[in-house]
Ligand binder design. Structure first.
Ligand code: ATP
Ligand code: MG
Length: 424
C-alpha cells in the first residue's frame, strides 16, 4: 500500500463510534421535517459553477475563496456544492415544482468549502435544510423558525439563542448601500483588504466580516432597520408577533446580514455559546428573488441550513444521544450442530421480531473468546448454544449488563421470550 495515504485535509471520516450520534441527529431531522409537511428533494453534489456564481454572489467569501471548482473532461466548469439552496432552486425550476403551487422541501447531505479547518469548521461538512416556496407572508418565516426551535428541543439543547433581522426590499437595501458606502469611506484605512475591495461592489458584505479588528467600525455603522421600506417593516412586525405568540425568544440584531447575497427581508441565525467561535448552528431567511434570478418565475421563498457537524459535536460533548445501536443479543455457538441450528435460529428470530438487533458470532472461537466479543459488542444478552443445548432443544440466556442469573429456556419459547423480555 502507498505510504501516507490519508483523507484530504478538512475532509473527515465518520467512524462507527460517532455514527450512532450522526444517525440519531439525522433521524430526528427527517422525522421532524416530515411532521411539518416538508418533502425531501435530493440533488446532485456537483453542479455547474455558474449556478453558484449567479445565486450565492460573486463577492461572497464562498464564491471568492471557498468553492471546489474544476474543469471536467469536456472542459465544463463544475463545482462541488457549497450549500443546498442553489441546487434546490435549480431543480425546482427544472422540474416545474414552483409553478402555481406551494412547495415545502427538505434536504440533507454533504457540502464542500475550502476553508481553514478547525473545530466545527471543515472542508467537507453536512447540512440539513428546509425551504418553503410560494408563500410570501411572515407566517411561513415563523413556521421555518419554529421547526428549528423544535429541533433543539428534541435534541435537548438548552442554550441556543435566536437572532433575527430584516434586510428589507431590494430598493431599501439599495438606499442603505449608499449610506454604508459613505460611512465606510470616511476612513478607508480602517478597512481590511477584503472590505476595501467590497466597499463599492457590495458594502453589506463588510458587515458580515469575521475580522475582529473591524468589529468596532462595524458596530458603529448605521442600522439597516432605519432604512426599511414599509412593507418589510410590516412583514418583520408580523414575524415578531408570531414568534411571541409561540413563545420563541429572539434578539433583533441589526448587523446580521448573512454571508450569501440572495437574502431579502427576514434573516436569522441560531447561535450556541457551547462551541466557541463556531457557534452558529443554523442560518437562514427569505430569498424571494432567487427563483427569478435563476430563470424561473417570481416565487417567494424562505428556509434555513443547519450545520450538522456542529450539532454532532454538541450531542457528543453533552452526552445527549438517546439512541441505542448496540445489539440486544449476541449469539454464542459452539460445535457444528450448534452453528447450523444457530444460524437458522437467528433468521427465525429476525423474521418474528422486526426491531431485533442480533449479532451472530462468526469465525468460530472458544466459548470464552465468544463471550469476550459479546461483552465488547455492548449487547444486553448473550444467547448460548452448545451441542448439548441443541440436543435438548434449549438455549442459555445470559444477561450481560446486569447481575441477574442466567437461565435456560426452551427453543420453542425463545421468540416470545425475546419479544417480552429482551426487546421491551
Ligand atoms: P460561518 O459564519 O460559520 O462561516 P456561514 O455563514 O458561512 O457560516 P451558511 O452558509 O449560512 O454559513 O451555512 C449554514 C450553516 O452551515 C452554518 O451556520 C454552519 O452551522 C454550517 N457550516 C457552514 N460552513 C461550515 C463548515 N465549513 N464546516 C461546518 N459547518 C459549516
Ligand atoms: Mg462561512
Amino acid at each position: 500500500m502507498a505510504k501516507n495515504l490519508q483523507s484530504v485535509r478538512g475532509m473527515r471520516d465518520i467512524l462507527p463510534e460517532q455514527s450512532a450520534s450522526w444517525q440519531y441527529i439525522e433521524n430526528i431531522a427527517r422525522e421532524l421535517f416530515t411532521s411539518y409537511g416538508y418533502n425531501e428533494l435530493r440533488s446532485p453534489i456537483i453542479e455547474s459553477t455558474d449556478l453558484f456564481k449567479r445565486s450565492i454572489g460573486d463577492t461572497t467569501d464562498i464564491v471568492e475563496k471557498e468553492m471546489y471548482t474544476f474543469d471536467d473532461r469536456n472542459g465544463d466548469s463544475l463545482t462541488l456544492r457549497p450549500e443546498g439552496t442553489a441546487s434546490t432552486v435549480r431543480a425546482g425550476i427544472q422540474h416545474g415544482l414552483f409553478h402555481n403551487q406551494q412547495q415545502r422541501l427538505w434536504y440533507i447531505g454533504p457540502m464542500f468549502r475550502h476553508e481553514r479547518p478547525q473545530k466545527g469548521r471543515y472542508r467537507g461538512f453536512y447540512q440539513a435544510g428546509i425551504e418553503a416556496y410560494g408563500i410570501d407572508g411572515p407566517d411561513i418565516d415563523a413556521e421555518v423558525i419554529a421547526v428549528a426551535a423544535r429541533f433543539w428541543k428534541k435534541l435537548g439543547f438548552k442554550k441556543v439563542r435566536l437572532e433575527i433581522n430584516s434586510l428589507g426590499s431590494n430598493e431599501a437595501r439599495q438606499n442603505y448601500r449608499e449610506v454604508l458606502i459613505e460611512y465606510f469611506s470616511k476612513d478607508t484605512s480602517l478597512l481590511d483588504e477584503d472590505s476595501q475591495r467590497r466597499l463599492h461592489k457590495n458594502p453589506l458584505r463588510i458587515l458580515d466580516t469575521k475580522n475582529p479588528k473591524m468589529r468596532e467600525l462595524v458596530e458603529g455603522a448605521p442600522s439597516l432597520l432605519d432604512y426599511l421600506d414599509e412593507e418589510s417593516k410590516t412583514h418583520f412586525a408580523g414575524l415578531k408577533q408570531r414568534l411571541d405568540s409561540m413563545g420563541i425568544e429572539y434578539v433583533v440584531n441589526p448587523r446580521l446580514v448573512r454571508g450569501i447575497d440572495y437574502y431579502n427581508r427576514t434573516v436569522f441565525e441560531w447561535i450556541t455559546e457551547d462551541l466557541g467561535a463556531q457557534g452558529t448552528i443554523c442560518a437562514g431567511g427569505r430569498y424571494d428573488g432567487l427563483v427569478k434570478q435563476l430563470g424561473g418565475r417570481e416565487t417567494s421563498a424562505c428556509g434555513f441550513g443547519i450545520g450538522l457537524d456542529r450539532l454532532q459535536l454538541l450531542v457528543e460533548e453533552q452526552n445527549l444521544n438517546q439512541a441505542d445501536n448496540n445489539p440486544h443479543i449476541f449469539l454464542v455457538m459452539s460445535g457444528e450442530a450448534a452453528e447450523l441450528t444457530g444460524i437458522k435460529l437467528s433468521e427465525n428470530l429476525r423474521d418474528s421480531n422486526a426491531s431485533l438487533r442480533l449479532l451472530m458470532n462468526a469465525g468460530g472461537g472458544s466459548f470464552k473468546s465468544q463471550l469476550k466479543r459479546a461483552d465488547k459488542s455492548g449487547a444486553a444478552y448473550a444467547l448460548i448454544l452448545g451441542d448439548a443445548e441443541v440436543e435438548s432443544r434449549n438455549i442459555v440466556v445470559k444477561p450481560l449488563l446486569t447481575n441477574d442469573e442466567q437461565q435456560t429456556i426452551s427453543l420453542d419459547d425463545l421468540s416470545d421470550f425475546v419479544e417480552q423480555h429482551i426487546i421491551n
